[in-house]
Design a protein around this ligand. Structure first.
Ligand code: NAD
Ligand code: IPM
Ligand code: MN
Length: 358
């Protein structure tokens, strides 16, 4: 039976990398005889907002809930729509309403890419950030008081629930258990954030009891960011709250050369709702329209989607094609963030051709 995939390209370079993501997906589908039923939606973009006064139609949940997966580009164009409106009106709704409580973000130094960290080789950086994706610092609990006066107060609460914390920790421990190093690092800040973060640490300790084979350490987020740069080889599976995971999942890929290659999977592990696959990066207004965005983050997200849909071999072929093209390192093919003179299409085409075996 066909896998039903909803495509939302979004804004800026989202609309430029999506065609390359689809090109690679279709190449893999052809090679491995996978039936994909792809449907494209115009909502979830700032242009849709300017036309309709909202990011999504009222019935978006019903329109999307029966898809097997959502393939997203990037959303946000602050010059047109304030970011908190466009993001809370689209991506963050998907994550919450579809209970995509895991945000899985691999971070790997690929052959052919030079890390900005001196002396780092492929193999030195190869870890996952597991980010809590539905609660934590991204909460809608709070508000403004005495607006416009000198007594103005703004409050936004961090919300951690036992279910919410335990389920992301369990996922991260399970993942660590499958890895050869079996190592889990928890991001905390329990020295300063004195209620929620000690609670997070407490739940990590409780969960660790069920995983005697996994070695566990924790760092406060400030020194953890420093250690990402100084000792990226220390990390295997790094688990963090929504905000900490967000920050770490831009820093990690930057250490691997460019955030343009970083993929992510917003997963509802129970499969009750569709999961969402998107690059880590945003709409990049500074380079949008130039056709030079790196499409690898989108293509690799497509690989994560194929894996999620049960097509491990096709997913592997996609990642291998990415690795082969990067290792080849042809300057005419690679995008400028990889020190090449190529563009989105040249890199996307080269990867698709590899997948097709050309
Ligand atoms: P960004 O990720 O869009 O860009 C940061 C920097 O990285 C820019 O210099 C950009 O040119 C570069 N970059 C990003 N992706 C690249 C790629 N594929 N190839 C080459 N270079 C790339 O982050 P930002 O500037 O903070 O945000 C821009 C907009 O995107 C905002 O509206 C923001 O809210 C939104 N955003 C959306 C998502 C998402 O949809 N998941 C993620 C992050 C940011
Ligand atoms: C990401 C993005 C989003 C986040 C923004 C755009 C709301 O930065 O997917 O990492 O903070 O989760
Ligand atoms: Mn982010």
């Amino acid at each position: 039976m066909a896998h039903r995939i909803a495509v939302i390209a979004g804004d800026g370079i989202g609309t430029e990398v999506m065609p390359e993501g689809l090109r690679a997906l279709k190449a893999a589908a052809k090679r491995f005889a996978i039936d994909l039923d792809i449907q494209t939606f115009a909502f979830g973009s700032c242009d849709y907002y300017l036309e309709h006064g909202k990011m999504l139609p009222d019935d978006w949940f019903d329109q999307l809930k029966d898809f097997d997966a959502l393939f997203y580009g990037a959303v946000g164009w602050p010059a047109k729509v304030p970011d908190h409106i466009s993001l809370w009106g689209s991506l963050l709704q998907f994550r919450r309403r579809f209970d995509q409580y895991i945000n899985l973000r691999p971070c790997k130094l690929m052959p052919g890419i030079q890390s900005p960290l001196a002396g780092r080789e492929p193999g030195d950086i190869d870890f996952y950030v597991v980010r809590e994706n539905t609660e934590g610092e991204y909460s809608s609990v709070g508000g403004k008081m005495f607006e416009g006066t000198d007594r103005e107060v703004v409050i936004q609460e961090t919300v951690m629930t036992r279910t919410g914390v335990d389920r992301v920790l369990k996922y991260a421990f399970d993942l660590a258990q499958t890895r050869s190093r079996k190592k889990l690092t928890s991001a905390t800040k329990s020295n300063g954030i004195s209620i929620t973060m000690p609670y997070w640490d407490e739940r990590v300790e409780a969960m660790a009891e069920a995983y005697p084979e996994v070695s566990v350490d924790k760092f406060h987020i400030d020194i953890l960011t420093a250690n990402f740069v100084l000792h990226p080889d220390w990390f295997d599976v790094v688990v963090g709250s929504n905000l900490f995971g967000d920050i770490l999942s831009d820093l990690g890929p930057a250490c691997t050369g460019t955030i343009g290659i970083a993929p992510s999977a917003n997963i509802n592990p129970e499969g009750k709702f569709p999961s969402l696959f998107e690059p880590v990066h945003g709409s990049a207004p500074d380079i949008a329209g130039k056709g030079i965005a790196n499409p690898i983050g989108q293509i690799w997200s497509g690989a994560m989607m194929l894996e999620h849909l049960g097509h491990q071999e096709a997913a592997n072929a996609l990642v291998e094609a990415i690795e082969a093209v990067l290792a080849e390192g042809s300057p005419n093919v690679l995008t400028p963030d990889l020190r090449g003179q190529g563009n989105t299409a040249s890199l996307g085409r080269a990867i698709a051709e590899r997948i097709e075996g050309k």
